[in-house]
Design a binder for this molecule. Sequence first.
Ligand SMILES: *Cc1c(COP(=O)(O)O)cnc(C)c1O
Length: 383
Amino acid sequence: MQQFNEHITQALADRQQQGLYRQRECLERIAQQVNYQGKMLLNFSSNDYLGLAQEPRLLQAWQQGLQRYGAGSGASPLVTGFNKPHQQLEQQLAQWLGYDRALLFNSGFSANQAVLFTLLNKTHSLLQDKLNHASLIEAGMLSPANMKRFKHNNVAHLRQLLTQQVDQASLVVTEGVFSMDGDLAPLADISKATQSSSSWLMVDDAHGCGVLGEKGRGSCDFANIKADILIVTFGKAFGLQGAAVLCNEQTAEYFVQFARHFIYSTAMPPAQAYALSTACELIQQDEWRREKLAHLSAEFEHVLDDAIAFNNTQSPIKPLLVGSSEKAMQLSQMLNQRGCWVSAIRPPTVPVNSARLRITLTASHNIEDVKYLATTINEVMYD
Ligand SMILES: *Cc1c(COP(=O)(O)O)cnc(C)c1O
């Protein structure tokens, strides 16, 4: 029997030795920069893709919401925590994204877990892309359903798994835009494969909603498909916090009855829901934010040395694969010394030997910022 202290000490020592020890850094955010130990750095590691987190109209909406509705919601949604701003936001999301219903959750992590835990029993099968977010993979492992993972974005492999699973109802789950690679799922083909086998498709569009598609409707709109279940999260392009599950009327009712993450958790503050309604409007109205991202993306690719192995993406996520964790950390530090905050992403967040710099562009960057980043990467990459 290992004592808790012993277990903890051992785990920390192992982590340290593998070069995977993680540390939080306390940053102060000022416009698109961060103050790190008294030094201002350009922030290329936030998921605030549209630059809404500091948009004055959004901050004003949150303040207005606080004044009207108070601070906390005071209860879970089935008790007294479901208020007018929550209802308004759910209706707005459902209409914008083309579903009967939207249900609010406090985080994308809990929304994903709620859907998988509530929907699946041991007669079902769950087919997930190998690179799906930790919240999905973990829920799948704990779920009684029979989970299989298909090779990343590999529709042939998915089809093969679907044919092996014909006697079980299958839920196919993929991200719309993959968080660590920035690449898009082949949603049109996945949707076709799913439909021809009468299974369901769930798309986690944490990184696509707001950024892709007509009026920012996201990856599914971009691919011209409709998922049976759509997850949108508000911590990224919405510039806020929280998440929603979009689905048909009956499925929503089913989650309201049975999803424990929904039933037993305090509803998000009504002021936050109110601010999210404004975020929703800004996402649809401010086409210039998406246009600017496209412009910055092209400029980044253009300035970056051809010798650097980089495949541009259609999303604001620009991974630079470097392989070893040490090299990734070293490059991140060199960029930091030259005024750019770019996080190194290491296993187990990404597969072994695929450590990388995860660069993200946002609509609040200037063209000069992005040129400077690319030039600096050109300088440090082969140092
Ligand atoms: C960020 C993220 C989540 C989790 O959302 P939170 O609201 O931050 O909990 C879920 N899925 C994907 C793909 C994500 O990138």
